[in-house]
Design a protein around this ligand. Sequence first.
Ligand SMILES: Cc1ncc(COP(=O)(O)O)c(C=O)c1O
Length: 407
Amino acid sequence: MQAEAEPHAFASFREGFPALRAQTYLSICDKTILHDRVRASINVFLDHLAMASANRKDHEVHVASAKAKFAGLVNAPAETIAAIRNVSDGANTIAWAMPWREGDNVVLTVEAEHPNNIYPWLRLKTRGVECRMVAARSDGGLDIPAMIAAIDGRTRVMTCSSVTFAPGHRSDVARLGEACRKRDVFLLVDGVQSAGILRHDFDAEPIDGFVTSTSKGLLGLYGFGFLYASPRWIDRLEPAYLSRPAVIQGTDDHSAMGNFDFEFQPDSRRFEVGSFNLAGAYAADASLDLLLELGAERIEKRVLSLAAALHEGLTAIGLPPATPAGGPELSHIMTIGKLDAGGHGFSNDPLIGPLSAHMTDGKIVHTIRRGQLRLALHAYNNEQDVERTIACVSEGLAKARQASEVK
Ligand SMILES: Cc1ncc(COP(=O)(O)O)c(C=O)c1O
């Protein structure tokens, strides 16, 4: 019965996205699209604001609820999750909470990371912390053995993205995490590209920190996100910024000052600073319901099966993606063309520019990153999206080749 119910569940999920009626959306790696139920939840918040019909505590129920639902999605205890703004906020929070000693280092693959998970670590130079930069593989994936080999007795942190924003390999977080655990190194994962799309299980994955915004696969808003900090580390992490919710007071009153001799919250609440992005919390509270209804495992299975079909179709028309066709590094992101043959939004590859223009005309929403044409799937995509995309790319390819022959 479940096999029959599944396509129906995905089809009705898809129905809720107005943006999908007019286009094929393959750009969740760039930004989210709004589901009707998420929009309705934000509207509830706006109505309350307009009518002055709720107070801070009423609104903050949605912060707690969104955190608990995210915890459910990633199989972590609710108290390990803090509400934050975005990846930058989360990475900086961990960077400044670590008990550094001068001469310590952090290991990362700069070429594979988003700048927002690089600058927080470069900033630590003022505390005498070295950024130990490991080279990526020639295909842009993480060189896992080299990252592990870079760990020494002064390494405190390793960081990587769960899926690179380009070219889009899924990282072997488990292998990195195991190596880190052996040496008591904190593994921080920038999970914004995988959260809500690929399955996470923090009880099983040997990671110590995870940061994400809700502005991509979690289907929420910009400026609201989650930080996970492992109970193994929490007592060693002291927040750089402090305000009322992060300390134990014996009361929940926002404006009640307690002891000057304060104690941090025993869990990830110690990282929460001041008032929350409440619109973001209302959005996430609803979008996480949608994701939990489908289930993390089913979402990943669906997305990876569409990704494999897209990869196969592109390969069959003579345009094999630069990302793997299968195996553990296959993700929902697929890139075409030579890595770094251009940058953000442009490519010097004579094929990619015209192909991208043709796809835009064909209403296939995509992006160009690091000079590569980038496509990304979520659980709202379906087989027709894959077929349309392959047909459009095939046409665009023929047109671009014809044009280059004429020249
Ligand atoms: C891997 C990765 N990290 C971080 C970000 C953005 O960081 P922030 O959430 O701080 O805006 C992006 C945005 O595209 C990304 O792809």
